[in-house]
Design a protein around this ligand. Structure first.
Ligand SMILES: [Zn+2]
Length: 158
């Protein structure tokens, strides 16, 4: 499934294009996260529109459909996490347009695609991600941090 394209041609810091403004940016066909160009294609083959919007900072990001599939990313989060962590959450939001609403499934999709893209290069990356996830609170739809991190780790290794 040709869901993503990887480009390492430009080693630009991801959301440096975001600047310090408060306005929403987008729609964008791709974004650089940790120097990697990342895009998302929905299950029906549609290019997912990417927006950057400080109003979703507290949620990391959101996947939604406003007549077309879209992802909104919070720059306050993405500008302040290691590249691998940002790449994971981009793929998590993308997953909602590929596999649907299941949160554990979206986490699994994200970590497996990171691995398949060759972006898992060092145990420290995974450690930082798992540490972030294990501090997250659960909800009606999200496992609590510990089990959620364990699910991600299991998916990476299966
Ligand atoms: Zn989600």
């Amino acid at each position: 499934m040709n869901v993503f394209q990887k480009s390492v041609a430009l080693a630009i810091a991801v959301f440096s294009i975001m600047g310090a403004g408060h306005a929403q940016q987008g729609p964008l066909p791709f974004v650089y996260i940790g120097g990697v160009s990342m895009n998302c294609t929905s299950a029906s083959g549609q290019t997912v529109a990417i927006y950057i919007d400080p109003s979703v900072d507290q949620y990391i990001g959101q996947a939604l459909n406003n007549g077309y599939p879209a992802i909104i990313l919070g720059p306050g989060f993405f500008n302040n996490v290691p590249p691998f962590v940002g790449q994971f959450w981009f793929l998590h939001e993308c997953a909602h347009h590929v596999i649907g609403g299941n949160e554990s499934g979206a986490d699994c999709f994200a970590i497996r695609n990171l691995r398949n893209l060759g972006l898992v290069n060092h145990p420290l990356q995974v450690q930082q991600l798992l540490s972030q996830i294990s501090n997250m609170r659960g909800s009606f739809t999200h496992l609590p941090g510990g089990p959620r991190a364990a699910n991600v780790y299991n998916c990476l290794n299966t």
